[in-house]
Design a binder for this molecule. Sequence first.
Ligand SMILES: Nc1nc2c(ncn2[C@@H]2O[C@H](COP(=O)(O)OP(=O)(O)OP(=O)(O)O)[C@@H](O)[C@H]2O)c(=O)[nH]1
Ligand SMILES: [Mg+2]
Length: 345
Amino acid sequence: MSDLFTALDLLDLVIASSDGLASEGDREVAAQTAASARSRREYLGDAILIAIAGGTGSGKSSLLNAIAGDAIASTSELRPHTDEPLAWIPTGDPVVAAFVADMGIDAVIEHEDARGFAILDLPDLDSIDGRHRALVERLVPSADAIIWLFDPVKYHDPSIHRDFLADMTDYQRVFLFVMNKIDRFDDAEREAVVAHLTGILEVDGFADPAVIPIAAAPREGTPQGIDRLRDAIELRLVDARADRLKIVEDIREAGRRLAADANVWNGTADGTYDRIRETAGDAEKLGVVLTEAGIEGPLRDSLEASSPGDEIEDLLICRSEFAATVAALGVACSSVRQREGGVVA
Ligand SMILES: Nc1nc2c(ncn2[C@@H]2O[C@H](COP(=O)(O)OP(=O)(O)OP(=O)(O)O)[C@@H](O)[C@H]2O)c(=O)[nH]1
Ligand SMILES: [Mg+2]
C-alpha cells in the first residue's frame, strides 16, 4: 500500500523535474493523471469498479442484467439505446458510491451481493451520437477495469481496435475480453469466431489474450458462460486488486510519456554527456550528437541555445536528476505491480 504512495510521490517528482525537458502539453497531461490517480487512491475501498465497454448492440446492458440476475438495465433491438451510464454497486459501500458520484453518474442501483465489485453499463463507444462517444471516452479511463464486450457481427470494427484498444495494451491486466451472442452459433463456428477475435487482439498488441464466450440474453434458454465470466472477474480483477493495478499503470504511463519526451526511459549511452560538452559551441557537431542520442524537444532547444560551460552543465545535471527520478519511479511501479498482481495469470 505504501508503495502506491511512493509511486505517486515519485510521479510528482518526475513531473516537477521534467521542467524544461518535456513539453508543457505532456507535463499538463501527466499532472492531470497524477491528480486523478491520487484521488482514486483516496477512494480505494473494498469494491472495484468495472465498466462494460463495447459497440452499440453488443449486449452491454444485457450483460449487466445477466450478472445482476435481474432486468435492471434497459435493453433494446433499436440502436443506439443506452444514453446514460448506469452503475450497479454493492449496498453500504460509501467509497464506491462516492467514486461513482464523483464521476458524474446519477443512475445508481445498489445490490446486496457480497461480491467486491461494481459494474458500470456504458453507452456505445462507436456511436453515431457524438455525445455517447465523448461520455465513454471520459469514463473509460476512470474505471478500475474494463470488460470489452464484442458481438459476432462487429468484433473486428476498427473503431474499437484502432481508436481504443491498440493504444491501451499496457492495461491488459485490468481488461477482460468477452464475445457475446454465442447462442447464434454451433460449436465449430463459436470456436472460429473466438479464435479470430483472439488473433485480432494479438495484432492490437495484447499478449495471449483470453476471450470468454457468453450469451448474455440468448433467444432461447438462460444466459450462458456467465459463471465462467464471474469467476474471471473474481480471480483476475477482484483478487488481483485491479484498482491498484490500474492506478500504478496510470502512474507508469504518465512517467513513461514524460521520459519518452526527454528520451531517458531507456537510459543514455555511455559518453553522451562528454560528447555534448566537447561539441558545445559547434552547432553542427552538437546537432549530430544530440540526434544520435535521441535528445529532442525542449531540452535539445535549450542545449543548442546554451553557451559552453556552466549553462550546459546545469542542463546536463537537470537531465541526470530527471533520469534518476524516472528510474526510481519505474522501480516503485514494478514493485507495486509484483505485489498486487501476483494473482494474475
Ligand atoms: N441472440 C442474442 N441476442 C442478444 C444477446 N445479448 C443481447 N442480445 C440482444 O442484442 C440487442 C442489444 O442488446 P443491448 O443489451 O441493448 O445492447 P447494448 O450493448 O447495451 O446496446 P447500446 O445500449 O445501444 O450500446 C437486444 O435486442 C438484446 O436482446 C445474446 O447473448 N444473444
Ligand atoms: Mg445498452
